[in-house]
Write a protein that binds this ligand. Sequence first.
Ligand code: SF4
Ligand code: SF4
Length: 411
Amino acid sequence: MPETLNHGKSESASGQNSARVSIVRADDYDLPRLVPAIQRSIELIGGLETIIKPGDRVFVKINHLPPPSPPERGIVTHPVFVEAVLELLKKAGAEITVGDEIETAPVDGFSTSGFRQMCQRAGVRLINLREEGFVARECHGLLLKEVYLSRAALEADVIVNLPKLKTHSLTVLTGGIKNMYGTIPGSLRRRLHGEYPDSEDFSRMLTDIFSVIRPHLTLMDGIVAMEGEGPAAGSVRKLGVILASRDAVAVDAVAAGIIGMDPMDIATTRYAHERVLGVGNPNRIEVVGENIKSVATSDFRLPVSAKRAFLRKIPAPLSRFAVGQLTVRPKVVEQQCTACAECVRACPTGAITIHDKSAGVTGVASIDRAICIECMCCHEVCRFNAIVTGRTLMGSAVSLAADAMKKLLGY
Ligand code: SF4
Ligand code: SF4
């Protein structure tokens, strides 16, 4: 008997506007074990043949952040997870392209993460999205009227979305909805970060993009997840799960349940559900495969943005003050900064400059707090780990107070 995410509350999960999500356990990234596990996750939602026909052009959207990082750090979708998916897609007769947009110079990020070697092994085309360019598309969004999208993704018959289960310091969770943000050009991403620094606006904008490019199948790599201040500064956390659905919104909702959150407290899920871009309401999600209670965690370390979602529920003047304090700020570790200026190029507000370190010999990045919007783009691109994240003393105090309130209210 399938269960619903709300642990069996009364409403039917199979009525109109419903979705099915499968949960399958997988202990590690061992290819021979992973292929049947992913196959089962897809069979539980109807089978690959209901999504892909032989000869279909399939675009596989991986989750690959700019600074080169090995898969063990939990920042990118694990290449062996993707390799297992590719094996199934090839059997289904798909013509496959794997891609994301990343910086390639001076270090090839696809090689550091192992994607280049894996795709060569699998005999599958791997592209940096900028190689094939972007196409303008009208967008009847809440905030956007036009958006540029990857030509490779748009021209595919089927989009397979492979997000990593990770926290996010702005949006709480970076999952199936946010992974589609990676189909727009990096320069536009930077601009939009600057235009929509507030997490609610940023999430509205993400659902605008999702409204014009929706995947046909979402498979989430939750075998080793990231907790804390993701998407790059958190720590790895083994969850041992694969989530599969035709509905990316429902995948995010189930992922939220697994890490101990109400899906409707995640703004991207809430807005996508309200706009009928997918199903985020737990009562309407049929969960098949593993019992959600058996894979859920109660001690998953959530990012500060999760506390913001909670604090927005308290009376306005107080919540405004508290939310304002709860920011995570970037800080430059001068000893590690090589003055490469990648962060300068990534910063949407021009808040970073390279200053002389001492005696004018080497430079060092310096952040102008007055115009920093705490988007963490600099942290995401720095491959020397020279930008760390931290809170103010007041922010730490508010964070502790929010934890105490949540406990008191049984939230
Ligand atoms: S902080 Fe990082 S990205 Fe910025 S200049 Fe220094 S090393 Fe380069
Ligand atoms: S300094 Fe970093 S966190 Fe601040 S606005 Fe620039 S990129 Fe974003």
